[in-house]
Design a binder for this molecule. Structure first.
Ligand SMILES: C[S@@+](CC[C@H](N)C(=O)[O-])C[C@H]1O[C@@H](n2cnc3c(N)ncnc32)[C@H](O)[C@@H]1O
Ligand SMILES: [Zn+2]
Length: 275
């Protein structure tokens, strides 16, 4: 399947045709594919929202952390879950730099996988990596996940990892019986990191809200111990967490001489079925 079969113009909603390095809709709106391979499908008036996406530094920190392999179990488990369902078209909503998007595209080589993120830097990183790996079944598009530029009911699976949950648009883009997989932190996730930073450490609160039009079909838990080596890798992990924004400078200093971090990694995969 070609991506232009289900992508649609963010301005007028019409479908696209491909002309060399651009997509043009029936009404003549044209969007260029960047030289790295991603496409910016943000509505022109919403370009400033792009600042809401992760910065270049955040994307770089995250991709360097992923090289450690500490989250590869999460990626493998995600693929195991996706493999249980029809998965011809998979959307990664809030894909960041594409670690999970690429893992899924690699595992399901005949599926079409689209990563949407507000961060141009995330999409650029993902597209460059896909090109290096010669993966043509994955496309990255700069877009809001609250208004994804795709046809109603086009996707079999919508994955959403550590990103805002745009449940109304997820419902629209999924086919009936399609699955939404929301991945979030479990109670003990990163307890080792929190023990270094804070004197009082609380468990994370787990929430599996119900969403209109979906049935929560199940929750799968993944929990394991990991050792993360090297100050840079540990600090990169820290910058990926919500704690980075709410930790005082004084507490941040506590990470300074840490070269080895032993921590629990715990995440939940909430699987919602579109009714
Ligand atoms: C914590 S990161 C997670 C990225 C990726 N899923 C991962 O787990 O590595 C959250 C991502 O959501 C993106 N994001 C936040 N709000 C968004 C929105 N309204 N539309 C699209 N992407 C958004 C950010 O740019 C960022 O890349
Ligand atoms: Zn148009």
């Amino acid at each position: 399947m070609n991506f232009e079969d289900f992508l649609r113009c963010p301005i007028c909603g019409c479908n696209f045709s491909r002309f060399e390095n651009s997509l043009k809709c029936e009404k003549g709106h044209s969007f260029d594919i960047a030289s790295s391979g991603y496409i910016n499908l943000l509505k022109p008036g919403k370009m400033n929202n792009a600042k809401a996406g992760d910065s270049k530094e955040m994307i770089k920190a995250r991709s360097n952390f992923f090289l450690s392999g500490a989250y590869s179990n999460i990626r493998n488990k995600l693929c195991d879950i996706i493999g249980q369902y029809k998965n011809d078209v998979i959307i990664d909503a809030g894909c960041g730099e594409g670690y999970y998007t690429e893992g899924v595209a690699d595992k399901f080589g005949v599926s079409s996988v689209i990563g949407f993120d507000m961060s141009k830097f995330g999409c650029e990183h993902g597209a460059k990596s896909a090109r290096r790996m010669d993966k043509s079944n994955v496309l990255y598009s700069v877009s809001s996940i609250f208004e994804m530029p795709v046809d109603d009911g086009c996707a079999d699976i919508d994955i959403n990892l550590f990103a805002p949950v745009a449940n109304e648009d997820f419902l629209r883009v999924l086919a009936t019986q399609g699955r939404l997989i929301v991945v979030s932190a479990g109670t003990k996730h990163l307890d080792g990191l929190k023990k270094i930073l804070y004197s009082d450490v609380y468990d994370n609160e787990e929430k599996f809200p119900s969403y209109d039009g979906f049935e929560l079909a199940g929750v799968e838990n993944l929990k394991y111990d990991a050792t993360i080596s090297g100050y840079d890798t540990i600090y990169n992990l820290f910058t990926m967490t919500p704690y980075y924004h709410r930790t005082s400078l004084e507490d941040k200093e506590k990470l300074k001489n840490v070269n080895e971090l032993n921590t629990t990694i715990e995440v939940n995969f909430a699987i919602y079925k579109k009714l």
